[in-house]
Ligand binder design. Structure first.
Ligand code: SF4
Length: 463
């Protein structure tokens, strides 16, 4: 089990009620923007279906498309590296840095590098890494991890950012003006861009037929880093491949609208080959993805384009905050991807869901997210990663539901106990459900008894 489980970490987050409400409302606002943007496109559902089918097809032919991509990229003068896991990914990057005598780099947003804990690894090896996405830089200065894959500092308010910049960038104490703070960050980051001879970016889409790739940002930081530096390393998971350049028209239309409600990401930059005298490297990473591909119930989670629409709509995510998921990718999709990486450490996450299905409804590539969360619960229970108490309780419930007479008896006994010994239900240790809830008044009768009585009375009246 992880050091802090989701429920416990969520408890800490919701202790600040005002912040929790603000977090919830802000993300719901983004979800509503997504709805408006989706409604502006006639055939939005057809577009989702097309994206889903392209990804299904690609996953079924992943080996071929990866080989095609590698061949085209190499022909374009790109140096292609393959990494089996996060450790290998980090070592490849360190080797490139050492070979080129580089000790300072800039990095734009890449959830893969978060997953591989690249910053930590490079820091331990004496490399200075500066995250250049504004939200990521804020959390990096605070020694935190991103809490959201598109809005990494969404758990923070402008007052928190002001305090952080005052401490690390020397801005005026108490000046919370977003324009002032953004300009301070800009000045600070420009220096880092100029000082760094190497830039790392993620990859949103890699096109097999061209060997090129696309990086999407709203701040232009990936472009500035990659163009100012002599060496550009792009890190991508194997699932980022799409077959043809024309498929980009489908995914780019879906991505920005699903993520933030924008018609298109501000910068969607296409990279194909290194500029004269410069180096372009691509590191293609597996890190458990082929294992997930081999799990029939979970393979289509690899269709994810990391838009975070499922985060913004999820009532549990909005109320519990991204750090409560204790993984690089939080939210509903993170709760599907992370048990594949470490079942024991992430066994709590598929239970952090109401299974309402809102995530599946908004997913632009039609991943059946809530079904997969439900299926993970079954796998984790079978594999023995669920507490004995929970397993016994659910076993008991299953037995009771399968025996109607016992179910009715338990209902009657429960109502009698609630009426005569209500204090028993309020012992917090025995009944955590009521820690933050009022106990309802016990009903006079069960629905079953009410139904039988009313049905009989109705019949008598009509005879
Ligand atoms: S699972 Fe779907 S909704 Fe969630 S981040 Fe991935 S693509 Fe977006």
């Amino acid at each position: 089990m992880p050091a802090i489980k989701h429920a416990e970490a969520a408890g800490r987050f919701i202790a600040d009620e005002a912040r929790t409400n603000w977090h919830d409302e802000t993300l719901w606002f983004v979800r509503q923007k997504r709805d408006k943007a989706a409604n502006t496109i006639p055939g939005w559902e057809a577009l989702r279906e097309q994206a889903s089918q392209i990804k299904d097809h690609t996953l079924s032919n992943l080996d071929n498309y990866l080989i095609e991509f590698e061949a085209r990229a190499k022909a374009n003068g790109v140096q292609v590296h393959w990494a089996g896991d996060g450790k290998e990914h980090n070592e490849i990057i360190l080797k490139i840095l050492r070979n080129n005598h580089i000790g300072q780099i800039v990095k734009s947003k890449s959830m893969l590098t978060e997953e591989c804990r690249l910053n930590h690894f490079l820091g331990d090896n004496g490399i200075e890494v500066t995250d250049t996405d504004l939200g990521e830089r804020i959390v990096q200065l605070r020694n935190e991890t991103p809490s959201h894959i598109v809005l990494p500092a969404i758990h923070l308010k402008k007052e928190d950012v002001s305090d952080t910049f005052n401490k690390f960038l020397g801005t005026e104490k108490g000046n919370n003006d977003p324009q002032y703070l953004t300009e301070a960050a800009r000045g600070h980051l420009r220096e880092k861009f100029i000082q760094s001879a190497l830039a790392i970016t993620g990859v949103n889409f890699a096109v097999a037929e061209t060997g090129g790739f696309v990086v999407c940002t709203n701040e232009g930081n990936a472009d500035l880093g990659a163009h100012a530096a002599d060496i550009h390393i792009a890190c991508m998971g194997i699932e980022k491949i799409i077959p043809r350049a024309e498929d980009l028209g489908v995914f780019l239309r879906l991505l920005a609208r699903s993520a933030t409600g924008q018609p298109v990401t501000t910068y969607s930059s296409h990279f194909h080959r290194p500029s004269a005298g410069k180096q372009l490297h691509i590191v293609i990473v597996d890190n458990g993805r082929t294992r997930q591909l081999g799990r029939p119930d979970f393979r289509n989670s690899l269709k994810c384009i990391r838009c975070a629409a499922c985060f913004n709509t999820c009532p549990v995510y909005r109320k519990s905050g991204g750090h409560s998921y204790h993984t690089a990718v939080a939210g509903p999709i993170g709760a599907i991807l992370s048990p594949n990486l470490d079942m024991k450490a992430n066994a709590d996450l598929p239970f952090a869901s109401t299974l309402c299905g809102s995530c599946s409804n908004v997913c632009p590539v039609k991943i059946d997210i809530h079904n997969q969360l439900w299926k993970w619960r079954q796998v984790l229970t079978t594999e023995g990663y669920v507490s004995t108490g929970k397993k016994a309780a659910f076993g008991g419930m299953a037995y009771m539901f399968a025996h109607p007479a016992l179910y009715r008896f338990a209902g009657k006994a429960g109502r009698w106990m609630m009426r005569n010994f209500p204090a028993l239900f309020q012992i917090k240790r025995l009944n955590p459900w009521y820690q933050q809830r009022e106990m309802p008044a016990p009903p006079k009768q069960s629905f079953h008894d009410w139904y039988l009585k009313n049905r009989n009375e109705h019949k008598t009246k009509n005879n």
